[in-house]
Design a protein around this ligand. Structure first.
Ligand code: NAP
Ligand code: MG
Length: 402
């Protein structure tokens, strides 16, 4: 069989159990069918340390050049990892570094299979969470107040003009926090969401707490409304989709009553919390894909889960683990499909679709990894280790490709 040709995508290798799966997925599911054309960056922790993390920056820049990337899960170092890997420094999260370079929004979507029923009975289609991954409480300045005194908010403009407001006259100890966001970041968040909705042909919901936060959250609401009116209203009408703003309390109630099948845009903290709620209610983190979309049209695909450290330690002791490769496979299929769409490469798009179909067909035939078997509601499932599961997908995929 002749292998499918493609233009370059950026490949970012990672750590631990997902690094092992990465290699197997390439060998079994990609290389036999596609002349993989990737620019390879090793974001595994040892090489990040060796290059003083320059490789993470280079990978981010490469995505800007090629517009499509696929990333394996990576370790975000903490004190324990510094010791374990004898690191020169506690390097920053590669995801944070790449996000800062691409200025993107992260979209997370659950992968549904018929034997795993969502905890919320009405959900029939996936709900995608779009999380604004910049600022707010994640970049806040805060401290404890230990005696009575006056807390003020002070802004000094470059031209010397000042603006100040009393936050609170403390009569006792307490806590204080100052946070910010930028119009430019909110604007790119809005554009990323509108573009993604058009791409997916799904309605877009956006929620904040603007009734309480009359300047801060109100700014988000107004920026979204203005950009929608000026740049997207007609395109949405043509695509037959809607944009809809509501209070976060109302959104939560509507989400639980909904059938799914839309994108829910959330501020940074809301998105952090709600994406864990939504993914857990849909099944498992191992079935959650993630894509970083930048407002100027760059895409980085990955699994939402981490490097599955606990499985990796068992693997190192020679155990065959039953780690779920689905989200990592879908990161690859997502990147290949996007490459194909951008280039008008129909065989590549077709391959990406078949790879996903084959993966789900194996699960729906009752063969799956342990995490899924625990949630399975059909006839007794057969638990496979990762290698056998990937081989089963390979066999299924071969039957579609011939
Ligand atoms: P994790 O790797 O997502 O794993 C947490 C637990 O979830 C696992 O122990 C496993 O549970 C289950 N799980 C997750 N993915 C699975 C899969 N594909 N198949 C089967 N089970 C799966 O999170 P973590 O242990 O908190 O983090 C490990 C490392 O990943 C950390 O160094 C962290 O920095 C990094 N991380 C990276 C990313 C990223 O690159 N995007 C994201 C998150 C975390 P059981 O052990 O019960 O089977
Ligand atoms: Mg979280």
């Amino acid at each position: 069989m002749e292998r499918i040709k493609m233009n370059t995508i950026v490949e970012m290798d990672g750590d631990e159990m997902t690094r092992i799966l990465w290699k197997t997925i390439k060998e079994e599911l990609l290389l036999p069918f596609v002349e993989l054309n990737t620019e390879y960056y090793d974001l595994g922790l040892p090489y990040r340390d060796e290059t003083n993390d320059q490789v993470s920056i280079d990978a981010g820049e490469a995505i800007k050049k090629h517009h499509v990337g696929v990333k394996c899960a990576t370790i975000t170092p903490n004190a324990q990892r510094v010791e374990e890997y004898h690191l020169k420094e506690m390097w920053k999260s590669p995801n944070g570094t790449i996000r800062a370079i691409l200025d993107g929004t992260v979209f997370r979507t659950p992968i549904l299979v018929s034997g795993v029923k969502p905890a919320v009975r009405s959900w029939e289609k996936p709900i995608t969470i779009a999380r604004h991954a910049y600022g707010d409480v994640y970049k806040a300045t805060e401290f404890r107040v230990t005696k009575p005194g006056k807390a003020e908010l002070l802004f000094t403009a470059e031209d010397g003009e000042t603006k100040r407001a009393t936050i609170y006259d403390f009569e006792c100890g307490g806590v204080l926090q100052g946070m910010y966001n930028k119009d430019s970041s909110i604007e790119s968040f809005a554009r990323s969401c509108f573009n993604y909705a058009l791409d997916a042909k799904e309605d877009l919901w956006f929620s904040t707490k603007d009734t309480i936060s009359k300047q801060y959250d109100q700014t988000f609401k107004l920026i979204f409304a203005e950009i929608f009116e000026k740049e997207y209203k007609e395109k949405f009408e043509q695509a037959g989709i809607t944009y809809f703003y509501t209070l976060i309390d109302d959104a939560v109630a509507r989400v639980i009553r909904s059938k799914g099948g839309y994108i829910w845009a959330c501020k940074n903290y809301d998105g952090d919390v709600m994406s864990d709620m939504v993914s857990t209610a849909f099944g498992s983190l191992a079935m959650m894909t993630s894509v970083l979309v930048s407002p100027d049209g760059n895409f980085e695909y990955e699994a939402a889960h981490g490097t599955v450290t606990r499985h990796y330690y068992r693997y190192l002791e020679g155990e065959q683990t039953s780690t779920n490769p689905i989200a990592t496979i879908f990161a690859w299929s997502g990147a290949l499909r996007k490459r194909g769409e951008l280039d008008g490469n129909a065989p590549l798009v077709d391959f990406a679709n078949k790879l996903e179909k084959a993966s789900l067909a194996v699960i729906e035939s009752g063969r799956m990894t342990k995490d899924l078997a625990l949630m399975w509601q059909g006839s007794t499932p057969r638990i496979l280790n990762s290698d056998d599961f990937i081989k089963a997908i390979r066999t299924e995929l071969e039957s579609y490709m011939n």
